[in-house]
Design a protein around this ligand. Structure first.
Ligand code: ADP
Length: 291
């Protein structure tokens, strides 16, 4: 099984949002990392066949998805960012409704809805109306509905938004157990979300696929470019204007700064092993400053 994204470009009124994006996915878990506005949602909508690209195509097993719409829909699961719930439905009724839309037969639907609600930890509240759910509970329901048809390809747009740390751990475990022989692609701008679960990370920057690789492959790119140094508090403001600072910590003797920079930023700075947080700043420092 493979999903091929071939020379995808998308323009809105002459403004380029995706620029000749090409990659291929085999079974595995992929994290799409990008700042706000990088084009993640646009790319996902194209991958789902909900939006037509200006140029390029998406192929599922070598055939264009738009030419096999029904077949493709039947193997696809999607959690959109702006997922709409029906507040008056109970969690279970909502799941049954989605199951019916996906064309599951009654017996399969019954079993699958209960199973999934249990998996996302909503079993105890399955008969409560969605309007009584917390944000995290709604998000978990969104994740459950995306898996209703046991999809071969699962696309999750910002799935961990609104989840507390415990819910995040549950989500990670759910994805790990679900993902065997499937393609799971999830977007986030929260690095720790994908640090543990993604086999591979795709970095999307302002509509361009900058790089892809495993966490350790990507971290090699900034090996030797992350530093820690002790500086007087009075110089912090100036250093912040010059360098990308990924962390700062007060100590009795001054400030310890963590700086992402190719060259040694200040005398006596010590090189330290990079993390994905540093990598994110390395790629998105301009976007972070703009925000
Ligand atoms: P992300 O999901 O990474 O935050 P999006 O794909 O939502 O990024 O948006 C990428 C860019 O495309 C943004 O600058 C956004 O304003 C623009 N964009 C998205 N949808 C539309 C649209 N329907 N019309 C015009 N511009 C859009």
């Amino acid at each position: 099984m493979e999903l091929t994204i071939k020379n995808i470009s998308k323009e809105y009124e002459g403004t380029s949002v995706l620029n000749n994006v090409t990659f291929q996915l085999k079974p595995g878990v992929y994290g799409l990392l990008g700042a706000n506005g990088a084009g993640k949602t646009t790319l996902f909508r194209i991958l789902c066949g909900l939006l037509k690209p200006t140029k390029g195509s998406v192929l599922y097993n070598q055939q264009e998805i738009l030419k096999q719409a029904d077949n493709y829909r039947s193997i696809l699961g999607f959690l959109p960012q702006d997922f709409r719930y029906y507040d008056e439905f109970t969690g279970l009724k909502f799941m049954r409704y989605i199951a019916a839309l996906k064309g599951l037969n009654n017996n399969t639907a019954k079993k699958r809805c209960v199973e999934l609600l249990k998996l996302v930890g909503l079993e105890a509240v399955k008969n409560k109306k969605i309007k009584e759910y917390s944000g995290g509970m709604k998000q978990r329901l969104g994740i459950a509905q995306s898996m209703i048809n046991d999809p071969e390809i699962l696309i999750l747009d910002e799935p961990t938004v609104g989840l507390d740390p415990k819910e995040r751990v549950r989500f990670r475990n759910l994805i790990s157990s679900f993902s065997t022989e499937k393609i799971v692609i999830l977007s986030t701008h929260i690095v720790s979300d994908i640090e543990y679960i993604a086999d591979e990370i795709l970095v999307l920057k302002r509509g361009n696929l900058e790089t892809r690789g495993t966490a350790s492959e990507l971290l090699k790119e900034i090996q030797g470019a992350v530093w820690e140094c002790l500086v007087p508090e009075s110089s912090v403001k100036r250093l912040m204007q010059i360098y990308t600072i990924s962390n700062q910590k007060h100590t009795e003797n001054g400030m310890v700064l963590r700086i992402v920079n190719q060259e040694m930023p200040v005398e006596n700075a010590q090189p330290v092993p990079p993390t994905l947080e540093d990598l994110y700043l390395y790629y998105f420092r301009e976007d972070v400053v703009e925000l």
